[in-house]
Each structure stands twice: as C-alpha cells, then as structure tokens.
Design a protein around this ligand. Structure first.
Ligand SMILES: Cc1ncc(COP(=O)(O)O)c(C=O)c1O
Length: 352
C-alpha cells in the first residue's frame, strides 16, 4: 500500500550515535527530540538502547504514550490547563511564565514530588523565553520560594522563529545571565540547555561556549544536517526517511487548463504557464498528507507542478526512464515533510 514512508532503523541509530558521541566529546548531554516522528515507539525503542540522556517532545500526549526508562522533557511551554499531566508525565519542562510555574508547583505538591524546570531566556529569536534580564532575576527570586519546583537550569532556543544564529553574541547573553544569577543567588545549575541542531556547527568550529551542557536535537539526527546554515553533516545519513508514492494516472495533456478560470479547490485563482503538450502524471498523495514543495524527487527529471487534497500532479515530459501506471516514485524529505507525513494516518510507515 502506498504512499508510505520508509524508515531505515540502522541509519537512524547511526545518526543518533554520531550526534551523541560528538556532544559527549564536548561534555554535552543530548535530549533527543521525538516530535517529528510523533514519538513512534519503534524509534523510541532504538533510543532506549543508545547513549541518550533525555527524550524531548513538544506534545504532552507523545511523552505520555512513549515507553521508555529515559527522562522525559516537555519542549513546548506548558499550558496552564495541562499542569497536572505535565508533572505526572514529564520529568523536566521548559518554562517562561511565573503563573504557569506556580501552577506546576501546586500540581507537584499534590503528588508530593519536585518538578524540574528549565527557565527559558529569549536571547533574540523572539519565540519562547523571558527577554529582559531584570525580569529573569525577579522570576528566579519567586521560583526559589516554591517548595515543589526544582530550578534545574536555564535554557534558550534559537534559529526557530527569527532565524537567529547561535554565536558568541547571542549565547553570550545567556552566559552573562548565568554569571549574574550565580553571583546574586549563589545558584549552581545542573543543566544549561543551550540550543538545538543549529548549535552543532559551533562544536565543529571549536566555538562552543563551555557553559552549555545540554542540547535538544531533532533535525540533525533525522536529516543528517545542521540547521544554522543547512549543511549536510559528514558521516551522517540524510536519507533515514524516504517517501514512496505510486502513479495512478499518466496522460498527455496541455499545460494550461481549458475554459474560463474560477477558483481551485482551495478558493484561490490559479495561474499557469504554457509549456505546450506535456506528459503529466498523478501520484496518490496530496495536501492532506504533505506540502509538495517539501518533496525532492530522487529522479531529478521529474518536476512537481501542483497538488490538491489527494493528488500530486507531476511533469514527466523530460524523464529519461519511462514510467507506467503503478510505478513508484521516491522522494527525499525535508523536516517539514517528515513532520506532516509521519502525522498523516493515510501514509504507511514501514521500518527496514
Ligand atoms: C524548544 C525546542 N528545542 C529543540 C528543538 C529541536 O530543534 P531541531 O530539530 O532543530 O534540533 C525544538 C523543535 O523541535 C524545540 O521546539
């Protein structure tokens, strides 16, 4: 049955081992991010047998369902409405709101446990985290009064919303803050969770700031590339995940529709360029599963020209090998396409 994602377990394990040993050489523990594959248990089982320190996910339901002996980290700032589940399911959560941390404290008190938090500082990317240093100090003072919260460390996240690269300047803001908190409150932090796959280039360039001792890594393991500059990492596999789709129609047709043009299925008025008669194919996959712009055909002579909910239309005019209905096309994937394909229940997952 197609479409299906082929997941190579040996390649995934190889990438995990390479990243965790690279980080270990620099004294960094790794929180492996599992959200891109919806915390699928087959891959969790691999992680359970690797030198991984934490499993990290943004969805509490993924953390709840995964079977693991490893510590679980909640990546997305918790909702005030889920604090009871968070303290039950996650060993550590990333936080930026005092009101939520107080609610976590109350929830942890009910269970008679201490919940570990990483206080997130926004050093410029403008997603989660406390931005102003004075606000962080005030928050730390309040957090230290909470009986069932363990201020386990500080963290930051970059190259997610604003595209800000981790460097001496951006990470320096986090470093300065740590020094200040140590001086003013005699704090010793267990974890400084300093970034994601965009941080890895600093290790290779010998510019990693020593105060950071944890990274939360998703994409580098899944796609074998760092995300500051989008470069493939040597010795890592870029094809752990591959999409296979089947051709359900192949026909010669014009390249522009005939008739007066109104709206397409998504309420937009489409525009077309005239390439004359084309060999057009239809693959049985659509917008409901994936954005076709995020697919890279292994046969580079195949051109992707458009999709609707369930159909992906391809231009086969310039192909060297001939295709027939029922033939399979294979695609390399991006982070976005792995994410949506793994989330789609209409796409089979096949482990090799
Ligand atoms: C807070 C946080 N940290 C780390 C990651 C992992 O990022 P990457 O996949 O670039 O390693 C994500 C995203 O998945 C995230 O939201």
């Amino acid at each position: 049955m197609y479409p299906r994602v082929i997941i190579d377990r040996a390649k995934y394990r190889h990438n995990v081992d390479k990243i965790t040993s690279l980080c270990a050489e620099h004294g960094i523990s790794v929180s492996v991010v599992t959200k891109v594959f919806c915390a699928d248990q087959t891959l969790i089982d691999i992680l359970n047998n690797c030198h991984v320190d934490y499993l990290a996910d943004s969805r509490i339901v993924n953390l709840k369902n995964m079977q693991t002996h490893l510590q679980k980290m909640l990546l997305r700032i918790p909702s005030l409405h889920e604090v009871d589940t968070v303290v039950r399911v996650a060993n550590i959560s990333l936080n930026s709101e005092l009101e939520t941390i107080k609610a976590l404290n109350e929830a942890a008190k009910k269970l008679n446990i201490k919940h570990k938090i990483i206080l997130m500082m926004d050093v410029g990317d403008l997603r989660e985290g406390v931005f102003f240093k004075a606000d962080i100090e005030q928050m730390v003072e309040s957090i230290l009064l909470l009986s069932h919260i363990d201020l386990y460390g500080l963290g930051t996240n970059l190259t997610c919303y604003g595209g800000v690269i981790p460097d001496q300047e951006s990470l320096g803001r986090l470093g300065d803050m740590i020094v200040k908190l140590k001086q003013n409150y005699q704090l010793e932090f267990d974890m400084i969770s300093g970034g994601n796959s965009s941080h890895l280039y600093l290790l290779e360039a010998g510019q990693h700031p020593a105060f950071i001792n944890n990274l939360r890594i998703g994409e580098a393991i899944v796609l074998g590339r760092e995300t500051a500059y989008g470069k493939d990492m040597p010795d890592l596999y870029q094809d752990v995940f591959i999409l296979e789709c089947d051709l359900v129609e192949i026909k010669k047709k014009p390249s522009i529709p005939m008739g007066s043009i109104g709206m397409n299925a998504f309420g937009k008025t489409p525009q077309f360029e005239d390439y004359g008669l084309m060999d057009r194919g239809i693959l049985a996959i659509g917008k409901q599963d994936v954005d076709y712009h995020e697919l890279m055909p292994e046969d580079q002579d195949v051109r992707l020209i458009g999709s609707s909910s369930d159909h992906l239309i391809v231009d086969l005019t310039h192909i060297k090998q001939s295709y027939q209905v029922g033939d399979i096309l294979r695609f390399r994937l991006t982070y976005g396409s792995v994410l949506s394909l793994m989330t789609s229940k209409y796409v089979r997952k096949v482990y090799v």
